[in-house]
Design a protein around this ligand. Sequence first.
Ligand code: AGP
Length: 611
Amino acid sequence: MCGIVGYIGTQSVEALLTTGLHRLEYRGYDSAGVAIVSENGLHIQKKEGKVDALESALGSSALDGTLGIGHTRWATHGPPSDANAHPHANATSDFALVHNGIIENYGAIRDRLKQKGYTFQSQTDTEALVHLIDDVRKETGLPLEEAVRQALTQVVGTYGIALVSADDPDLLIAARKGSPLILGIGDGEYFIGSDAAPLIEHTRQVVYLNDGEMAVLRRAGYEVKTIDNVTLEKEVHELEWSLGEIEKGGYEHFMLKEIMEQPTALEDCMRGRVDLDDNTIVLGGLHDVMDQLRSAERIIICACGTSWHSGLVGEYLIEHFARIPVEVEYASEFRYRKPILNENDVVLVISQSGETADTLAAVREAKQAGVLCLGICNVVGSTIARETDAGVYLHAGPEIGVASTKAFTAQVLVLAMIALKLAEGRTLSRAELAHSLQALAAVPDKVRQVLNMNDELREMANVYRYASNFLYLGRGYNFPVALEGALKLKEISYIHAEGYPAAEMKHGPIALIDRFMPVVFMAMKDSTYDKVVSNIEEVAAREGCVIAITDEGNGELDELCEYVLRIPETEEFLAPLLTVVPLQLLSYHIAVMRGCDVDQPRNLAKSVTVE
Ligand code: AGP
């Protein structure tokens, strides 16, 4: 997804912008650029490719400006190219703008402006906005910030923008509708970022812009107002993250760092919530809605991607423990199918970034229907976190790698805590709750034991790295893990992989079985084990290549499998927290061996803030 960084202050801005763009790289992009205002006017440099290419184009001679904006572009309209890269300037190049989002009525705007003599240098929707601002300013004679505000009232779609002008070296403009923007508050200097990553080393004081708001920043101060010109008093928040947390910490990739951080992330996720002394679960964020949640007739979980997979685990957890009906929906489907929502339904959305456009739309659909809407997010202050009625933060720390890992296990952990909390005193005795909490608390150390198998997983990766297809199979709580394992592999190694309920294999996929397609089974010794073993035998009988993940000490599968990975046992409902870890590591090592860009896989973005 596009990334935006902006600065106005007294520091030399060029290096500040390019460093900020590096910190935004994890969002996924295909080109980058900066616009810097110096005493010589407005200087724009933009390049297809990585930020390194932009830095090479900028050369060694740093421009002397202290005001500027930067952008990493994830193409939506027009292919990656120098011309389509941001920033985009008006015809006289006296102001430039960067944009994240989609301007849906850009065609009509462009056609109208072309009739007025405007020419277009790119295929982007963004350029239509630049010339619209220019046209409003010419037609009205208004100051630039007012022309921006009026132009934005004509825009249909989503935007996060930052704008600078050569005519006013003390002016930085920002506005958002649908694409996140944060203001960083410094001492006589101000920052803009799509998220906290480019700001954190400069300031921890931030202001979150909401949809329909814009900021006008000058070195002496800033003003926030609505696009309808209502001045607002905005609360200043303190960022929780540290710079160290958003850097690689000695690991080769963010993804490996985040896989290895899972024990700590799970401990942080439980901290202050699971009390083993009095056997209680405290979820402060749900305190005011717990009764309504307990009495829900149905819980509808909406999410995308990996978060949708954790939602599937949540369905098994909540229905097993609390006996409340749960449905899991792709947010992108939910938002368009006019879902039937009743007053005693509860919608629960799951989103690591808290910015996924489809999931945010599901929130708005639920709220429009007057249904209680809860959120499970990782990024504090994210849009979904702020727009839901209540929720639970993961406290997993920043997840930079595009492939979600620690967020998945933290999401499953939160869903387990919610399920147990809902069952407490109703469908779960105190003794059963105490036993479940003890098992929960033991998970981080068990994950550490699995992580210690990293070398074994690397060896496995070396064996299977050349496969063209993988099949992942699991039952019960491990069915969503099969889906997640397949997604991890395909999104970072580009190997085709599918996940299925193990029993479904006989309804089609078994036709694919041959010795060239690794079939990965989750075969923990749980209530479905015997059935899974039967499925393994069906694959083995057809010369299939079976990889099994099973309990420590279980030697029953060695004859049937090419590879058996033995991991610590745990309660059946907690299995996903352990069985997913080898799949994460296997995918990671295969992707590295295949020379893939593990942290920024092709075509992918960390947060899909466009539809
Ligand atoms: C998972 O590895 C992917 N990065 C992707 O499927 C992701 O889970 C999905 O885009 C949802 O993101 P969110 O949790 O931030 O909403």
